[in-house]
Structure formats: structure tokens, C-alpha cells
Design a protein around this ligand. Structure first.
Ligand SMILES: C[S@@+](CC[C@H](N)C(=O)[O-])C[C@H]1O[C@@H](n2cnc3c(N)ncnc32)[C@H](O)[C@@H]1O
Length: 219
């Protein structure tokens, strides 16, 4: 099920991303190919066993659905939010093809936040947002975690800029481990590393990359 909630829920004065962010991503996701492929992100695959069985998971900036569908296949209940209606329509197509159910919400994360039951998990894979929106969105999601709920995050770092292997060209969108530690509140950090790794995700992400990986638990 896809809902359009572009105008729902206030965000306490959160800064807005650039106008037309959804349309820009719609253009990137146009066509049948999945820009980041159909297989899940490696760090998510590695971290998934740490979720409780049948976890209620919110996936921020879900895109074309590869991560949400993977989680649904593992028995989790997933809601994916993204500004791109085209991306989330493809996410539903992928879910149907794989025979799983996911919920999708078309929304600008600067104007939306979770209001449902406490979450067992939050996933933020390549959810590159401008400062201070990044902290606002992530802290709101962390606050929605139940005590012990798990945040799984992977992002490029500023060292990625210029490599040509994926990610936005603007370093201001890319956090370091130190910045994440400073920005994120209400989280017991269990794993926080900056590293280089080979990323292979469709045509969009391919090659040696500078990333930061974070797992933490809600309080
Ligand atoms: C690099 S893609 C990652 C997609 C997905 N997480 C994956 O790993 O395949 C970044 C995603 O962030 C979404 N996005 C960027 N800014 C957003 C915003 N303000 N609100 C909602 N989604 C946003 C884009 O639409 C895009 O799908």
C-alpha cells in the first residue's frame, strides 16, 4: 500500500530540503532498471539478524524498495518512506514480484514523522540529508524506537566526494562518525566505524567507497 502524505504532520520547524527533491529522484528512478539494484545493502544484510523476529521497522529514504523487500522477506513489518513516488511505486512492484507486503509512504522527511507504535528498528541507508535536517530526522526516528530498538545506518562520508563511485557531490550532506556521535541523542551506540569498502549496488553505487556505519539502541 502506498500513501501520499506530503503535507502530513508538522516537523517542529525542521529545515526544508531543496524544492523538488522528490521530482529530482523521480527522474533518476524513471525506467525499469533499479538504480541501486534489487539486492539489499551489505551493512543492512549483516545487521538484520540483530533485529527481533517480526520487527516493526521504519526505513527512511527507502528509494526503490530493495532494503524494505529484503526485510519483509525476513519476516519483518516494514514501512518505507521516501520523497520519490516513482521510487516507491517500484518498491511495491518489487514487493509484489517477491510475494511480500511492505507499506510505503511518499513524504518529504522534513515534514513527516512516525506517529505509530514504538519501533523495533529504524533503517537509514544512504539517507543523505542537509544539516541540520539530518539530525532532526534521525533524532525523531530514534525517539520513536522502543527501549532496545535498533538503528541501522550507513552513509558515505566527506572522503567519498570526488571518488566517482557513488554518493552526492556535496560534502555537507555526508556525516563523519564524530558528527553522528555528536548529533544523535537518546542512542546507545554499539558500533560506529568509518571505513573503506567496496560497494556494488546497481549502476548507482559501484567501487571503493568511504563510508560510516552505525548501529545503536534506543533507550
Ligand atoms: C541514495 S538514495 C538511497 C535509497 C535507498 N535507501 C537505497 O539504499 O537503495 C537516497 C534516497 O533519499 C531520498 N530522499 C532524499 N531527500 C529526501 C527527503 N527530504 N525526504 C524523503 N526522501 C528523501 C531520495 O528520494 C532517495 O530515494
Amino acid at each position: 500500500m502506498t500513501q501520499n502524505q506530503n503535507t502530513s504532520l508538522q516537523a517542529g520547524g525542521a529545515p526544508r530540503p531543496p524544492e523538488g527533491i522528490g521530482q529530482a529522484w523521480d527522474a533518476r528512478y524513471a525506467g525499469d532498471a533499479f538504480f541501486y539494484g534489487q539486492e539489499p545493502n551489505d551493512f543492512l544484510r549483516e545487521s538484520e539478524p540483530l533485529l527481533v523476529r517480526g520487527a516493526r521497522v521504519l526505513s527512511l529514504a527507502e528509494g526503490e524498495g530493495r532494503n524494505a523487500v529484503f526485510l519483509a522477506e525476513r519476516g519483518h513489518r516494514v514501512v518505507g518512506v521516501d520523497a520519490s513516488a516513482v521510487g516507491l511505486a517500484k518498491a511495491q512492484t518489487l514487493a509484489a514480484a517477491r510475494g511480500v507486503h511492505i507499506e510505503t509512504v511518499v513524504a518529504d522527511l522534513s515534514a513527516w514523522q512516525w506517529t505509530g507504535e514504538p519501533l523495533d528498528g529504524v533503517v537509514a541507508i544512504w539517507c543523505h540529508l542537509p544539516v541540520p535536517l539530518r539530525a532532526h530526522v534521525l533524532n525523531a526516528a530514534i525517539a520513536a524506537l522502543r527501549p532496545g530498538g535498533l538503528l541501522i545506518l550507513e552513509s558515505y562520508t566527506p572522503d567519498q566526494v570526488g571518488r566517482g563511485t557513488g554518493g552526492p557531490p556535496n560534502p555537507a550532506l555526508l556525516p563523519t562518525a564524530a558528527l553522528l556521535r555528536e548529533e544523535l541523542r537518546g542512542l546507545d551506540v554499539e558500533h560506529l566505524v568509518e571505513r573503506e569498502r567496496h560497494v556494488s549496488e546497481g549502476a548507482g553505487h559501484l567501487g571503493l567507497s568511504a563510508v560510516v556505519q552505525l548501529r545503536g539502541r534506543g533507550r
